[in-house]
Design a protein around this ligand. Sequence first.
Ligand code: UDP
Length: 453
Amino acid sequence: MDEILQKRVLMIPAPFEGHLPSMMNLASFLSSKGFAITIVRTQYNFYDISADFPGINFFTIDDGLTESDMSSLGLLDFILELNSLCEPLLKEFLTHKDDVDFIIHDEFVYFPRQVAQDLNLPKMVFSASSAATSISRCMLMENQDKWLLHGEEARSKLEELVPKFHPFRYKDLPVTAYGSMERLMLLYRNVSKRDTSSGIIHNSSNCLENLFTSAAEDTWGVPVYLVGPLHMTDSATTCPSLFEEERNCNNLNCLRWLDKQGKNSVIYISMGSLAMTQKEEFVEMAMGLVQSNQPFLWVIRPGSITGQNSLDSLPEQFSQTVTHGDKAFVVSWAPQKEVLRHRAVGGFWNHCGWNSCLESISSGVPMICRPYSGDQRVNTRLMTHVWQTAFEVEGELDRKIVETSVRKLMVGDESKKMRKRATELKKLVEDSVSIGGSSYGALMSLVDSIMSS
Ligand code: UDP
C-alpha cells in the first residue's frame, strides 16, 4: 500500500461476466492506493468473490431477480427492471451509512445516479467498453431512422460513413440482437445521461483511442480517463467466473493440450459469455474448422447453440476429430487470458466483445471478428479498420468460408502482416500501462480527482 488516503469509495459493478472483472481490477488498484473500497453487488448473478479480494468490503442488495426473469424479460428489459428495483434499495442502504465519500458505478447500472444526487455525493461512471462505443450510442440515438428504412435504400445508407464519426459507417453503430429498437433507445438514453458525473472512466487506452478521446470529452463535458487495459495493471486480480459450471470445469487441461502444439499454430474460438449461435451456423463452423486442418481450441458454452442442448448431433467427422485426434480440443469455458498468452495460440475467432478485444491486443494475437450484438460492431470496425489486426467474416457462413477464413488468419502473407501489427499494438498497450504511459497517468489523475472531490 502506497499511503493511507482513506477516502471511502462505493463501487457498483454490473452483474455480468464482461463487466465485473474490469471494475474489480479498478477496485484493486484504488484499494492499493489506500482508498477504502466497498463493492455493492446485486443478488442477481451473485457468486461470493470476497475471498479473492481481501481488504475490500462487499455488500449485496436483494433485487429479487432470477435467471428466469432474465429469460422472460430479455436482456434489455431485464437491465431496465434491475435499475428500477435497485434504486430505492441503494437509497435505503446509503441512508443508514454515513461513511461514503465517492461513488463509481458501471454505466449499465445507472440507479446510483439519482441516489447520489439526492445525498449530494460526487460520482463517476465506469464504462467496461471503449470511448468510441460511448459516442456511438449517442450517434445511434441521433440516427435511428436509418434502421427503420427497408430494402435497397437501407442497405446503401448503412454502408455510408457517419458524419463527424469517421471511420464508422451507419452499420457499425451498436444496434442490438436482444430486443426492440425502442427499448434499446430507452436503455441508451439512461446509460448515456452523464451530466451529473464528475468524470467517465473507460477500460481503454489513449494509444488505442486517441481519435475519440477529445470527442468523448466534448460530448460529456467532463474529464474522460482511459485507464486500461485494467487486467494489465500490477494490482490486477483474476476474478472468478460468475457461472458455476465454468468455475467447476476442468479447463486447465486445455493449457496442457496447448503445450503440445506448435508455436502460433492453434486458432482459439470463443464467443464470450452471452452470444448465441444458430445450430446450422455452428455445424458449418465445426466442419470448416475440421477442413482447415488447423489445430483448434473451441469454447462451446452450455446452451449457447440455439435449439441444441448437447453436441451429440454434430457431424461424425467433427466428433471423431475432437474425440480421437490431437488436432482439436473443446471446452465449455477456457481460462481465456492464459490461453491467448500461450505461445501456441496464433489466432482468435471471436464475437468482438470489448474484453476479448483487449485480451487479444494485449497478447498480440490477430483476430477474425464475427460481431453478434451492440458494441461488438463498433469494436469490429476498430479492430479491422483502425488497428488492422483483424478481419471480419460477414453474412451467412458455410464450411468453405470458415476454412478459407481460418487459413487466411493463420498462414500466408496477410496473416504475417496482421501478426506484425498485433505485436506492435501489444507493445503500445504495454507501454501505456507502465510508469510514464498514458493509462498509468490517467489512473494517477483519477486518484487525484477522487481525492480532491
Ligand atoms: N471468457 C473466459 N473464458 C471463456 C470465454 C470468455 O474467461 O471461455 C471471458 C473473457 O476472457 C472475457 C469475458 O469472458 O474477459 C467476456 O467478455 P467480452 O467483453 O469479451 O464479451 P461478453 O461476454 O461481454 O459478450
